[in-house]
Design a protein around this ligand. Structure first.
Ligand code: AMP
Length: 218
């Protein structure tokens, strides 16, 4: 199964992608996670991306496309993949089609997580991550057992630089500017399905599984 998840930051794409990738044994490709890892390692790519990410901007298409090409051609994608956070521009969507057709593959579905702005702000501003093991939390919705401390490894939780209020606004604006051409692109191809990103995690998961069944994917 090959899926693309679209939706603003905070729509819950990452949370659903983790569960779906386990359920269907497919590779969860999060361009944001891959970039954050590069930044952490201080690689040349990470150094290029760091400031752009901190300011909530978009990393240049050629860098992102290289990352995705490597991931979809890796062994981990043998059974399929879920793209989370890609494409974010029309050029990325077009390049993805080229990459897939070069290896005789195609997308099964593109899921648009439509999410209202107050929900996005509430989710992002409360989001916390463990810098050591990568576990995700939310101060209200998924609190750790001890405030500010990771349940798995006892590290101090932190907030992503780009989850601060001024950057959240910029990221939402940027998303809204670029998304309509991507939505139109996939609509024309007959691949687009819209779901509500406002739903709670379990409720949205059920909607997605039902949708896969109805589309002959399970
Ligand atoms: P995310 O975790 O998906 O919210 O991504 C975090 C940041 O990584 C974004 O705000 C961008 O700076 C960068 N990024 C992730 N995916 C892409 C992409 N497909 N195109 C450009 N920049 C990206």
């Amino acid at each position: 199964m090959r899926l693309v998840l679209l939706g603003p930051p905070g729509a819950g794409k990452g949370t659903q992608a983790v569960v779906l990738s386990e359920r269907f044994n497919i590779y969860h490709i999060s361009t944001g996670d891959i970039l954050r890892e590069e930044v952490k390692e201080g690689s040349p790519l990470g150094l290029k991306a760091k400031q752009i990410m901190q300011q909530g901007g978009l990393v240049p298409d050629e860098i992102i496309i290289q990352i995705v090409e490597k991931a979809i051609n890796s062994k981990k994608s043998t059974n399929g993949f879920i793209l989370d956070g890609f494409p974010r521009t029309l050029a990325q969507a077009e390049q993805l089609d080229k990459m897939l057709s070069n290896s005789d593959k195609n997308l099964d579905l593109v899921l648009d997580f439509e999410t209202s702005t107050p929900v996005i702000i509430e989710r992002l501003s409360g989001r916390r991550i463990c810098p050591s093991c990568g576990a995700g939390y939310h101060v209200k919705n998924i609190p750790p057992k001890v405030e500010g401390i990771c349940d798995n490894c006892n590290s101090k939780l932190s907030q992503r630089d780009d989850d601060r209020p001024e950057t959240i606004k910029k990221r939402i604006d940027l998303y809204q500017k670029s998304i309509s051409s991507i939505i139109d692109y996939y609509k024309k191809k007959g691949l687009l399905k819209t779901v509500s990103g406002d739903l709670e995690v379990d409720a949205l998961y059920k909607v997605l599984i039902e949708m896969f069944k109805n589309n002959g994917l399970t």
